[in-house]
Design a protein around this ligand. Structure first.
Ligand code: FCB
Length: 461
């Protein structure tokens, strides 16, 4: 786009057909964790372990979306969403991770997808948003190569059964967080705390992605021509890394964190090799990379788009030689989760992605938790969220003006929901959920976003 820079008098318009959406994930909203043949996931198990999740919370009942989905789709339609990104719970479809298929699980998603189409909302389905079937974890989880092979079977099954109705498929959501928070660290399920598994986990997640892209190409999936840019891609949560000071040692720390956080995933996907500095970091710590000869060409199988989840930047400072670089807090204002608000993270993450690929990009998640309080009259005037979304969308527009092929934007999240280890306190939704009654109430940001969608652009205040 060659628009001149916008002024307050001039709205920021987005390209025709820009896909405005909102995102959720299965475990965070569905509840009904034992209903109709669903198997156990690593998150069910994790939530039962004392001290893992704030307040001892679990995925039950979450937003009870498994039963209330018609109401939720109607809500999306009222907001005018053009697209809805949800995830399919692997344990609902293949309860033990391999073998027997649970028809009731497939039927649930088939009905949801049909309802979305009935309202003209484009379904965007994520195959893996962190709810691994527990039986696969017992055989090593993502540290085991077999999990990538089981994932490819599960993906092929979904392409076969639901492919014609879903134009956009996401393979894996945020392999970086799974690697470091789930396996190297203990914050997220399975909470393994095994840093020596880092490379194996990252590699098997990427391999799973590549195998799923190949399965997609071999499937008979030919989505209807009127749907947008059909295809498949992965979602990375890129975090622009900045040195905390001009000192060279902090610049080196930022480069290392950038390699481990971002380039460890971008380089194999788009250049077919792991970055030398990241490999050196792991070699020094005796972390093995269990790659078979063809794996990197499978991982680099061309996809159709790249999804970016963007929330934060990283400020890096030199640490001690053993622990490596450290992150220091940035100076900006913070969300309720303590995340620094730094809107240029959007344009910087897009610029980073464009170093690696010319594929169409989607911002598949962006949003913030704030302590939203209903007023006595029941309205929720979440001005901070509106300001946050507005500033981040303005950065998305800046990236478009710089030539990025950005096709859509998904607010995280449609509903307040189960925010993983932080439980139900952080509220990310455009729509407020009263978890005692399950009442949904659109916040001011929902009305604001409906307006952005209707005008396909932003009015800057
Ligand atoms: C992302 C996750 C998503 C949600 C947001 C806040 O990392 O993909 O499920 O928890 O953070």
């Amino acid at each position: 786009m060659d628009d001149p820079a916008p002024s307050p008098a001039r709205p920021l318009r987005f390209p025709p057909g820009f896909l405005w959406g909102a995102a959720t994930s299965a475990f965070q909203i569905e509840g009904s964790t034992t209903a109709e043949g669903r198997g156990e996931s690593i998150w069910d198990r994790f939530c039962r372990q004392p001290g893992r999740v704030a307040g001892g919370a679990s995925g039950e009942p979450a937003c009870d979306h498994y039963r209330r989905w018609p109401e939720d789709v109607a809500l999306m339609a009222r907001l005018g969403l053009r697209a809805y990104r949800f995830s399919v719970a692997w344990p609902r479809i293949v309860p033990r991770g391999g073998g027997r298929v649970n028809q009731a699980g497939l039927d649930f998603y088939r009905r949801l997808i049909a309802a979305l189409h009935a309202h003209g909302i484009v379904p965007v389905a994520t195959l893996y948003h962190w709810d691994l079937p527990q039986p696969l974890q017992e055989r090593g989880g993502w540290a085991a190569r077999d999990t990538a092979l089981r994932f490819a079977e599960y993906a092929a099954l979904l392409f076969d059964r639901l492919g014609a109705e879903v134009p956009l498929w996401v393979t894996i959501n945020e392999p970086m967080l799974i690697t470091y928070a789930g396996y190297a660290g203990r914050a997220k399920a399975p909470g393994a705390g095994r840093p020596f598994q880092s490379l194996a986990v990252a590699h098997h997640l990427l391999l799973a992605h590549g195998l799923a892209v190949r399965a997609f190409r071999q499937s008979a999936v030919r989505p209807a021509a009127d749907l947008p840019a059909p295809g498949i891609g992965i979602v990375l949560n890129l975090r622009p890394c900045h040195p905390a000071s001009p000192r060279p040692r902090d610049a080196r720390a930022a480069a290392t964190l950038d390699a481990l956080t971002n380039r460890l995933f971008l380089a194999p996907l788009f250049r077919g090799h792991y970055p030398a500095d990241a490999l050196r970091f792991f070699r020094r710590r005796l972390v093995p990379l269990p790659a078979a000869p063809d794996d990197l060409s499978i991982i680099a199988t061309p996809a159709d788009f790249l999804g970016l989840n963007v929330y934060v930047r990283v400020l890096a400072a030199a640490g001690n030689p053993l622990t490596g670089p450290r992150q220091v807090p940035g100076p900006g204002p913070r969300t309720a989760l303590g995340w620094e608000i730094y809107p240029p993270c959007i344009s910087e993450a897009i610029a980073l992605a464009r170093e690696y690929t010319t594929l169409p990009l989607y911002l598949t998640e962006n949003g913030a938790a704030f302590a939203d309080q209903p007023a006595p009259d029941g309205t929720i005037n979440d001005r901070e969220r509106i300001a946050y979304l507005q500033a981040h969308l303005a950065e998305a527009h800046r990236a478009l003006r710089a030539g990025a092929d950005l096709r859509g934007y998904f607010v995280w999240s449609l509903l307040d929901n189960f925010e993983w280890e932080d439980g139900y306190a952080p509220r990310f939704g455009l729509v407020h959920v009263d978890f005692a009654t399950q009442a949904r109430r659109p916040k001011a940001s929902a009305h604001w976003y409906a307006d952005v969608i209707a005008r396909n652009g932003l009015l800057l205040e």
